[in-house]
Write a new protein. Structure first.
Length: 371
């Protein structure tokens, strides 16, 4: 069976981008199941088309983002025939919809994965993005004419008038190196690996840290920020204004061994704390999966789907609002979790990840539908 995995995600920083790793793991699982998979993605300003094992450039992404690329992509695909299209959703415009419609008319059955729903809360500022969202709203109503199912991490039974397949976000756990943390001190290291966006809400944590020390807190707590993004400047300004420079370190983009070394110092992974800004109340966040696969407990500002299936001893959940994070609760959580050694905790959390959030397990509902 021939499948085209169609993505408009940018793979330029694929070594440190969790979404890129997740997409590769999905493709690997499709192949393990016996499917013949072609792949389309964006990298270094170009559309890359892996067709029958051969890689070619299908077009360049222009200054007005992806629209010109879709026009060129259409030309590359207009005579192609696939049994299935697995499309990781990118906002619709007339040209993107035209690509999907042509593949459908050529005989393909289409599944569309929407990683975040509702996604309107992610709408960026600026005239260009407003225009893109306007096109998306205009063409979204036509999706039901060509799409069999929406693959979603949400609890919705129908999206855009299309029945859903419920899955959870997952990763290839075996490709993630477990942490090696054998420390014996009571210092707490909090790790945030992210392309820093408003919904990450890390200002809640920074203001909480300031309040903790203003009130005489003595525990040594350090925040490690890995990644870049539009909110990094805000976080750096807060750190400076709150005199937290001794407690917060910004590493920028890291990957490979450098990132593994930072993980090995981490005690707790911090997930999104600002999902209320997007109107999201249920999380299948990819970064949570990476933390758990590494073997570290997590803190979230929203309900995390996986913990509806297992006990919550490796999760500390705060309210999904803009309130300041209570650092004393983090200390209590750390002390409770690490009554056992770091090595034992990491081993137990990673075993749970392999059982529940490995990519092969979470994609099973999709395979059941394809078959």
């Amino acid at each position: 069976m021939k499948i085209l995995y169609l993505s408009t995600w940018d793979f330029t920083n694929e070594e440190s981008d969790g979404v890129c790793k997740k997409i590769y793991s999905q493709i690997d699982v499709f192949k393990k199941k016996g499917y013949d998979v072609d792949f389309i993605y964006i990298k270094d300003g170009k559309i890359v088309y892996r067709d029958n094992g051969k890689q070619k450039i299908a077009g360049k992404v222009g200054n007005i983002k992806k629209t010109p690329a879709y026009i060129k992509l259409y030309k590359s695909l207009k005579h192609k025939k696939y049994d299935w299209i697995y499309n990781r959703y990118g906002m619709l415009d007339p040209f993107y919809y035209r690509v999907l419609k042509k593949l459908y008319k050529n005989g393909a059955r289409i599944l569309i994965e929407i990683p975040t729903y509702p996604y309107a809360g992610e709408k960026p500022k600026g005239i260009l993005y407003q225009f893109m969202f306007w096109w998306d709203r205009k063409y979204i109503k036509y999706l039901k004419n060509i799409t069999e199912r929406i693959v979603t991490y949400s609890q919705d039974d129908e999206i855009f008038g299309i029945p859903t397949i419920h899955v959870m976000n997952g990763i290839d756990v075996n490709s993630v190196k477990p942490v090696i943390n054998v420390k014996n001190t009571d210092t707490i290291n909090l790790l945030m690996v992210a392309l820093m966006q408003p919904h990450h809400g890390y200002e809640r944590l920074l203001y909480g840290l300031k309040q903790y020390y203003d009130e005489g807190g003595l525990r040594k707590i350090f925040c490690h920020f890995v990644g870049d993004g539009p909110e990094r400047i805000l976080y750096e300004e807060i750190v400076k204004a709150c005199n937290l420079e001794e407690h917060v370190h910004f590493y920028g983009m890291k990957g490979g061994k450098e990132l593994d070394e930072i993980y090995n110092r981490a005690d707790i992974g911090i997930c999104s704390l600002g999902c209320y800004k997007k109107g999201i109340y249920w999380s299948s966040e990819l970064k949570a999966r990476e933390y758990l696969a590494k073997g570290i407990p997590i803190i979230s500002g929203i309900e995390v789907d996986i913990f509806s299936l297992i006990d919550k001893k490796s999760l500390l959940q705060f309210p999904n609002d803009g309130s300041t994070i209570n650092i004393n609760k983090i200390i209590e959580f750390y002390d409770e979790v690490y009554k056992e050694s770091h090595r034992t905790v990491a081993k137990n959390i990673r075993r749970m990840a392999q059982n529940y959030i490995d990519i092969e397990a979470v994609m099973r509902p999709v395979f059941n539908y394809l078959e």
